[in-house]
Structure formats: structure tokens, C-alpha cells
Design a protein around this ligand. Structure first.
Ligand code: SF4
Length: 446
């Protein structure tokens, strides 16, 4: 069968100058200083120094641990819940956050490589309770759960690798008051360049990345956990723990595919075969690449991503798509499926050549459009290496023809992946990807 040529389904590409200008303007005039997150409110001192010293990055080992954790969260989340409930963005009180799983109540997932302490959670992990308390206050839920999962438990071990704490928060307004207080403290410190009113952080003297610049040694404001203190009842929910373990045991590698899997089906095929380790490793790689970009680029791209993700009220939607075993969310921005990509070229590609130069962008956008029934989608291309600031960002409105055929190709790919048959039947990834790929030998692309 001949390769599906997405370029022949692109009927029109228009550079949308007014959206680009509006976006650039809103990014340039973004209200200083910064968007505050729940994580910032857990440790104001670190939040302050993270912003003032972006050049200080955690050592590689620590980063790898963080990335492994992120990859694990996604894998774990997909095993015990479904896509539309995972990683839910929430915003309240001028603070943003991301709840790991939010079906009926907020659930925070934590992983550890050391045996789980079943003692008093408030004593040994007050920040877990604080974080959950803030999410509960943000979504107005009086209870939530903290799941602590120990990775790499030996098969023979008699201890459970997982513990679920159920926590209630009777006074949500008191939590919101404390959140506002912390938010304002941080903003004032950032504006005045003075961190002395921020409480000392728990990591002081414990290999904190900012120990060379911070003032914790001399600060008189002690670390405190007012929000954890507002928790009501905390108990271990053994039944919920057992149910989760059952779900995890029953979850098969054949669970839902994501849209990215059908853009790069061969990669998805190989990764499924080694689901557990590989899922984590590939995400580690992606996040590592992202992390290592220069801070400037990250700053701008993050801001762009934020605009797409949060936008003005009513501007952003995430629509679930579900076809056979394909399940994902499509981001709709200003009524169009929208993707943001950062090509590494040092000059802009002419618009007529875009679909042949970046077929994977157009496959992705085409699939998103076809699966949500939009003839038009939007590609934001941010050329990080283009020197001129105003020329870096391009906004393209892309019109597709024959959505039915594009949808049929998406579903054909899902079907091929479900069958898990002969890898050579799966469409190849773009050639440039092969040189970095761990599977090139098996795939016959070495
Ligand atoms: S070798 Fe190339 S075609 Fe094969 S899975 Fe890797 S990137 Fe895809």
C-alpha cells in the first residue's frame, strides 16, 4: 500500500498575521511578574530563587529522577483512570495547578523509591497534604486522596507497593485565605527583589539547588504548614488501595492509543512492546530535551504554551476524542484545533513547502481536525533559531480537504496498531527521527 501523503490533503495554508500580532502583543504585555502555581506556594523561597536565578538548574541526576517521576505519573494515571480525568489544569485565586487525577475528587500521585512509611502523613509528608488541600480548595471539594506508590518493589515482598490516604478539608475558605496570603507574599518579594519575608524552606541544608544564593540561614521567618494544619480526618483507605492494585494488574498494554501514536505508529509499536520501561524512558527523553533548551527559549515557549492552555475565558477547550482504542484530548483554541511546534530550522520554510518539510505536524493537525470534524486547524510554528525576534513566530491556518479520508487513515493506523502485526505494514516515521531511534535495527532503518 502506498504511503499516506498528508500534503495532498492540505488545500490551503494562510499565514494569519492578525492572530500572530495579537499573540505577540499579549505575550509582550503579559502582566508582570509571573503566573503563580500551587507548587510555588508549597515552597515560596524556592519559587522566588527559581525565578530570580533561572540559570541554576538541578544537577542531571536529580533531573533524571524528576523526569522518571513524570513519566511514571502518566503511565500510572492511564492504568487507573482515563484520559479525560488525567492531569487536569485548575485555576483559582490567581494560582494555577495540575491535578494528577480528577474524576470526582482530586487525587495526587506520589512515587518513591524507598519503602513507604505508613506512619503519620502530616508528620512525614506535610507538603503532600498542603498540595492536596490547595487543589481541593481550588475545585471546592471537601475531600481528596494521596496515592503513594513505591516503584521497584520486589515481587516476593509482602508489603504493598501502594498506599492511599483519604484526607478531608472541612474549611476550604481558610485554605483559600492562606493561598492568597502566600501568593501575595511571593509577588511582593519578586517585585521588591527582597525574599526576606518568605519563610525558610525545608530544604535548607539538604542539598538545595539554591543554597549558594538563598538567605535561609539568616531569615527569621520559620517554615510552617498552615494548610496541612487545616486538614480534618486523614486515614489510610485500604480498600481503595486494593482496588487500584487490581486495576493496575488488569490494565493491558493494549489500552488506548494517543494521537501521537498514529502519527508515529512504528515508534508506538515498539514502545508498546516494552511498555513499562520504555514509556518512561521516552518521556524522560522528551522532557530532557525540552529542559535542556536555553532558558530564554523555554521562557517564551512556555508562555506561548500557557496562552494556548489557559487563554482568555471561553477561548480554550480540550475535547475528548474516542474512536476504537484511540483516546485523547484535542486542544481547541479560538474554535480551531491548534498545535504548537518549534522547528529547529534557522530560516522560515515557505508556506507551500511546509507540509512536505514537516509532514508530521500536518498529520497531527489533520488527524485532530478530522477526529473533531473541523476543516480548518491552526499551526503555531516558533522557529527558535531564527535570529529576528519578530520573525520567530508564525501562525498558519490550515484548511484540509476530504476529512473522511484523513479520519479513515487515522483509524486504519489504530487498527494496525491494535493488531500489533507486522511492523513493516506500519507507516514509517520521518527519516530524521531514525538516526536517534533505539529501534532502528529491529525496524530495518539502520
Ligand atoms: S527506526 Fe525510524 S521508522 Fe523505525 S521506529 Fe524508529 S524512527 Fe520510526
Amino acid at each position: 500500500m502506498s504511503e499516506f501523503d498528508i500534503a495532498s490533503y492540505v488545500s490551503h495554508i494562510e499565514a494569519n498575521r492578525s492572530v500572530k500580532d495579537a499573540l505577540m502583543q499579549s505575550l509582550k504585555t503579559r502582566r508582570p511578574p509571573y503566573r503563580v502555581s500551587v507548587t510555588d506556594l508549597l515552597n515560596l523561597k524556592q519559587a522566588y530563587f527559581r525565578r530570580k536565578y533561572p540559570e541554576i538548574v538541578p544537577p542531571l541526576e536529580k533531573q533524571q529522577l524528576m523526569w522518571a517521576g513524570t513519566g511514571f505519573h502518566k503511565t500510572f494515571g492511564s492504568a487507573v483512570s482515563s484520559e479525560e480525568y488525567l492531569e487536569q489544569f485548575v485555576e483559582a485565586e490567581g494560582v494555577v495547578g495540575k491535578v494528577d487525577i480528577y474524576e470526582k475528587i482530586p487525587v495526587e500521585v506520589k512515587t518513591t523509591s524507598t519503602p513507604i512509611d505508613t506512619g503519620d502523613l502530616l508528620q512525614y509528608r506535610p507538603t503532600y497534604v498542603e498540595q492536596l488541600g490547595m487543589y481541593c480548595a481550588m475545585v471546592n471539594a471537601h475531600e481528596g486522596e494521596i496515592i503513594i506508590y513505591q516503584r521497584q518493589v520486589e515481587q516476593s515482598s509482602s508489603t504493598s507497593p501502594l498506599i492511599v490516604y483519604h484526607v478531608t478539608f472541612p474549611d476550604l475558605e481558610a485554605i483559600r485565605v492562606e493561598m492568597r496570603r502566600r501568593r501575595d507574599l511571593l509577588l511582593q518579594a519578586l517585585i521588591s527583589n527582597d525574599p526576606s519575608n518568605l519563610p525558610a524552606c525545608l530544604w535548607f541544608n539538604r542539598q538545595c539547588d539554591y543554597s549558594s544564593v538563598c538567605d535561609c540561614q539568616t531569615t527569621s521567618v520559620k517554615a510552617a504548614h498552615e494548610i496541612a494544619g487545616l486538614a480534618g480526618e486523614i486515614y489510610v483507605d485500604s480498600m481503595a488501595g486494593q482496588q487500584l492494585l487490581n486495576k493496575m494488574a488488569g490494565s493491558q498494554p493494549s489500552q488506548a492509543f494517543r494521537i501521537n501514536d498514529i502519527v508515529f505508529p512504528r515508534k508506538a509499536y515498539f514502545e508498546r512492546r516494552k511498555l513499562q520501561e520504555i514509556a518512561t524512558a521516552s518521556e524522560v527523553r522528551e522532557e530532557k530535551e525540552e529542559y535542556l533548551r536555553s532558558m530564554d527559549e523555554r521562557g517564551f515557549l512556555d508562555a506561548l504554551r500557557d496562552s494556548l492552555r489557559y487563554g482568555a475565558p471561553g477561548e480554550v477547550q480540550r475535547i475528548p476524542v474516542q474512536h476504537a482504542s484511540l483516546a485523547d484530548l484535542v486542544q481547541i483554541w479560538q474554535s480551531l484545533p491548534t498545535i504548537l511546534r518549534d522547528p529547529k530550522f534557522s530560516s522560515l520554510v515557505e508556506r507551500e513547502r511546509l507540509p512536505r518539510t514537516f509532514p508530521h505536524y500536518f498529520l497531527r493537525l489533520g488527524f485532530e481536525c478530522a477526529l473533531t470534524n473541523h476543516v480548518r486547524g491552526r499551526l503555531l510554528a516558533y522557529y527558535v533559531k531564527v535570529p529576528k525576534e519578530d520573525a520567530k513566530l508564525m501562525v498558519y491556518d490550515v484548511t484540509f480537504r476530504n476529512l473522511d479520508a484523513i479520519r479513515a487513515e487515522a483509524l486504519r493506523r489504530v487498527e494496525l496498531l491494535e493488531k500489533g502485526g507486522v511492523v513493516l505494514q506500519l507507516p514509517k516515521c520521518p527519516t530524521w527521527l531514525c538516526s536517534y531511534c533505539d529501534y532502528k535495527l529491529e525496524c530495518g532503518q539502520a
